[in-house]
Design a protein around this ligand. Structure first.
Ligand SMILES: Nc1ncnc2c1ncn2[C@@H]1O[C@H](COP(=O)(O)OP(=O)(O)O)[C@@H](O)[C@H]1O
Ligand SMILES: C[C@@](O)(CCOP(=O)(O)OP(=O)(O)O)CC(=O)O
Length: 188
């Protein structure tokens, strides 16, 4: 292991938010600002989708994309992922961060308290918790509609209460521009 890896990340920003709140959009924006050398977007769902696709003979690229294919498989992936997490809550956090060398980790998709706790216990001084919020109307404009078994499951609701967020970001047209909101909290 290199010295950099041994010293761990300098900053861990953990993002959560409902489907279509803009988690990927905002975390990509931060990575574009900081550059690929400095910043890694860590997607906890990436190793989950990889493993799920392999076991079920599915198209990984489509599962990783924003289109309808992911939505068709989402409810079953949630159940499958939950059974892995129940056995080992840090399973996907460990896999998703394996080999990450950049000093800034932007985790794009925390969904459960155990996801946040894993990072906080490993990197207590570096970790910040950020919630992306927006109205249901805006999410609907971005393609969201309520799906039983998905929007009422822990995957979407696990962080609705019991978490203290360090920052709230409102990602809608009427809100302060994202650039300005990011600058309020950081020099990103
Ligand atoms: N501030 C924004 N401006 C323009 N498009 C946005 C914005 N935020 C999100 N979107 C678009 O809305 C859709 C859902 O956003 P995404 O980041 O994939 O949400 P999530 O990862 O939370 O499900 C994507 O097509 C994305 O490009
Ligand atoms: C099975 C999932 O990992 C699927 C997550 O896929 P994405 O992270 O791509 O989802 P959104 O960005 O919210 O649209 C959810 C889980 O419960 O782990």
């Amino acid at each position: 292991m290199t010295e950099e890896r041994d010293s761990g990340p300098k900053l861990v920003l953990i993002f959560s938010g409902k489907r279509k709140s803009g988690k990927d959009y905002v975390t990509d924006l931060i990575q574009n600002r900081l550059g690929l050398e400095a910043c890694c977007v860590v997607r906890l769902s990436a190793p989950l989708k990889r493993q799920y696709a392999q076991e079920h003979g599915l198209d990984l690229d489509q599962l990783l994309g924003p289109g309808p294919y992911k939505e068709q498989h989402r409810a079953d992936m949630i159940c499958w992922g939950e059974s892995c997490r129940n056995q080992d809550p840090g399973f996907f956090c460990r896999l998703a961060t394996r080999g990450v060398r950049q000093p800034v980790w932007v985790v794009s998709d925390a969904r459960r308290l155990s996801d946040i706790q894993w990072f906080q216990s490993k990197f207590p001084n570096q970790t910040h918790n950020i919630r992306i919020q927006c109205s249901e109307e805006t999410r609907a404009q971005r393609g969201w509609s309520f799906t039983p078994g998905v929007d009422d499951a822990e995957s979407e609701c696990g962080l609705d209460s019991g978490v203290e967020f360090d920052w709230l970001i409102t990602n809608e047209a009427e809100a302060l521009p994202l650039d300005e909101q990011l600058q309020l909290h950081t020099s990103l």
